[in-house]
Design a protein around this ligand. Structure first.
Ligand SMILES: [Zn+2]
Length: 399
């Protein structure tokens, strides 16, 4: 299955200039090739020039103009010639159908906004600095350009395009999911409960621990943020600390992605059906309750523990979001079913007798039913209830 992704890119001033020149030169190649086809078509012989003939001239064009045409990717230039070829194919198709279409037109340099690279690795390289926390794309003649990668790319990148929209630049990828083959059914269903102590608990009693680096990174981030608050304004140390915080955030992002891929793959391999909590509903429910100051009505107490929990929490939240995106993508390509369920009461309901009470959960980890005495790990109970709700939803849907 092919999926498209669009990311904002952040070129340096020099790179932005090179990108503009890349568009300009591809535009002039397009127009030049169009001119050649027009001239040939107007000639008494009514010659029609094919893509192959124009592509065969590229080598000479590049050698003749090394400062401009010679600077860019051969393949992206071929892609530009192919775009013109498509425009002509559409034109002739309409002529044949008895209509009077407009002849393909020259493009103004401001109307030509896209350069395509038909194959990753040929004139362009997605994720060209894999060991750096910042994702970059390398473009021939431009360099390694930073990317605002706001979501993970699942599968192998096939094509890369660069597009200008107003003052902004974007990269558009198409990626093919690696294991597109549906996996053989296993007959297994599972519910999962996403947590902080453990990354997730499953309804079978299994746990995926939170990666140790996540906690270490949270501690380092916290220390760095405290250091920042102690720095003098506009000092070198402050600059350095800000850079360090950025580095830590990027490191967390990359590790989170790795971990999410592994956890999702494990679930998709083992189960035909996966139910998880709906994070949107869960976040709504989890809005922190402000702590009022008993002595001053309307004033809320600062709560150090809550602030600390907040950072851990925000790291976890982001991790779950990334994980669920990857889980859905992997499940789709493997032919597995994933359902999000309303998490209300999933941690309070007894899976044995159905009794639902806050008292069933004496601590964060323990579940002990006050009605029937059933004991279990609270997260396992949550996962079992999520599974049951998910199966009920599936049955209702198929009903
Ligand atoms: Zn019970």
């Amino acid at each position: 299955m092919i999926r498209a992704y669009k990311f904002l890119i952040r070129p340096t001033v020099g790179q932005a200039q090179a990108l503009g020149e890349m568009l300009r030169d591809h535009c002039s190649l397009y127009n030049g090739a169009l001119q050649e086809r027009r001239d040939a078509y107007r000639h008494v012989s009514k010659t029609s020039i094919k893509y192959g003939q124009q592509s065969a001239q590229l080598k000479d064009i590049r050698a003749f103009d090394p400062q401009r045409q010679g600077r860019w990717s051969f393949s992206s230039q071929q892609a530009t010639l192919r775009r013109l070829d498509k425009a002509f194919a559409a034109f002739f198709r309409r002529v044949k159908a008895g209509r009077t279409p407009g002849y393909p037109r020259f493009r103004g340099v401001n109307r030509f906004d896209t350069v395509e690279f038909p194959k990753d690795g040929d004139g362009c390289r997605w994720d060209s600095t894999p060991h750096d926390p910042v994702t970059r794309v390398r473009l021939q003649g431009v360099g390694h350009v930073k990317i605002n990668q706001h979501r993970p790319v699942a599968g192998r990148v096939r094509t890369v395009s660069v597009k200008r929209e107003g003052n902004r630049w974007y990269v558009i990828l198409t990626a093919e999911q690696g294991d597109c083959e549906p996996l053989p059914p296993t007959g297994s269903v599972v519910g999962i409960d996403l947590g902080i102590a453990n990354f997730l608990a499953d309804s079978g009693g299994g746990f995926v621990p939170n990666p140790r680096h996540a906690r270490a990174a949270a501690a380092k981030l916290e220390a760095a943020q405290q250091a920042l608050s102690r720095c003098k304004r506009r000092s070198n140390r402050r600059e350095k600390t800000i850079r360090r915080i950025g580095d830590l955030h990027r490191k967390v992002r990359r590790q989170r992605l790795d971990h999410a891929h592994k956890a999702a793959l494990g679930l998709v391999r083992e189960h035909d059906f996966i139910a998880h909590e709906d994070l949107k509903i869960r976040n709504m429910l989890a809005a922190p309750a402000p702590k009022p100051d008993p002595d001053q009505p309307g004033v809320f107490l600062p709560n150090g523990a809550a602030a600390k929990a907040g950072l851990n929490r925000s790291i976890s939240d982001a991790g779950w979001g990334v994980f669920l995106t990857i889980l859905h993508a992997k499940a789709e390509s493997a032919g597995r079913e994933v359902i999000a369920v309303d998490p209300r009461n999933t941690s309070r309901e007894c899976p044995e007798c159905g009794h639902t009470a806050k008292e069933n959960r004496p601590t964060q980890e323990k579940f002990h039913c006050v009605a029937c005495g059933h004991r279990a790990h609270a997260d396992t109970v949550g996962a079992i209830n999520v599974l049951r709700a998910g199966l009920a939803r599936r049955d209702a849907r198929q009903g």
